[in-house]
Design a protein around this ligand. Structure first.
Ligand SMILES: CC(C)(COP(=O)(O)OP(=O)(O)OC[C@H]1O[C@@H](n2cnc3c(N)ncnc32)[C@H](O)[C@@H]1OP(=O)(O)O)[C@@H](O)C(=O)NCCC(=O)NCCS
Length: 199
């Protein structure tokens, strides 16, 4: 999928617009948080799709301190997905944390969330994180499947963790993970393949 800086931002899709949209992977642009003009885009996606309400101060806390860990996915200038993360010391570890992840309905099932998350995890790995954690509702089959596929384990069940009364699983990805190749950039993979061929 393509990396692109300057995108022409459009309004979000109207709520309830659920029909599938056909697009090729190369049409999706992934960009880092790049200023206040991105904030309403992130907020409208998260407010629409996640059960927990967040104040603007919470959003700003994440995106101001870790803009390199907040990514947006655009299709033809329309924001179709976002991930918001942070990292820092936690007890004896340096830990990455995925706070919010959303892809709008017509764009789901095409690998956009996987790409957003793996890009953030690559930054965490490069920053020498020991692990990555997040919480997901125990009923959220899609998110649990997505993170399970990426190698996250269920570390803990948190009773009535969310304001809506639902329990959460704390998911954890430990580094070095046996399949860290998942999080290598294309270029790194190419370099490694090149090395193998030239030996
Ligand atoms: C969860 C969510 C982010 C997934 O976005 P997405 O772009 O559709 O995810 P991907 O296409 O990258 O999915 C990758 C894998 O995750 C799993 N997956 C994703 N959605 C799934 C679903 N609804 N049911 C079962 N498995 C699912 C599959 O294993 C999928 O791989 P496959 O397509 O090869 O089967 C999206 O459904 C969403 O925004 N949901 C609402 C918000 C939310 O729950 N966020 C997560 C909070 S922890």
């Amino acid at each position: 999928m393509a990396d692109s800086g300057g995108v022409d931002i459009k309004e979000p899709l109207p709520p309830g617009s659920e029909s599938d949209i056909s697009f090729s992977e190369s049409e999706i642009d992934f960009v880092n948080y790049d200023g206040e003009h991105h904030l309403p885009l992130i907020m409208s996606l998260v407010d629409e799709e996640l059960s927990e309400p967040y104040s603007i101060f919470t959003y700003r806390y994440f995106v101001y301190i870790w803009p390199n860990l907040s990514l947006l996915a655009f299709h033809k200038g329309r924001c179709v997905g976002t991930v918001v993360c942070k990292m820092g010391e936690h007890r004896d570890t340096f830990r990455g944390y995925i706070a919010m992840l959303v892809v709008i309905k017509p764009y789901r099932g095409k690998g956009i969330a996987t790409e957003l998350v793996t890009r953030a995890i690559r930054v965490m790995m490069a920053s020498k994180c020991d692990e990555v954690t997040l919480e997901a509702e125990v009923t959220n089959k899609g998110a649990l499947a997505l993170y399970g596929r990426l190698g996250f384990i269920r570390a803990k069940r948190l009773f009535r963790y969310y304001l809506n009364g639902v329990d959460a699983f704390r998911l954890k990805l430990l580094f070095p993970h046996p399949d860290t190749s998942l999080f290598r950039s294309v270029n790194e993979n190419e370099i490694n393949e090149h090395h193998q061929h030239s030996q």
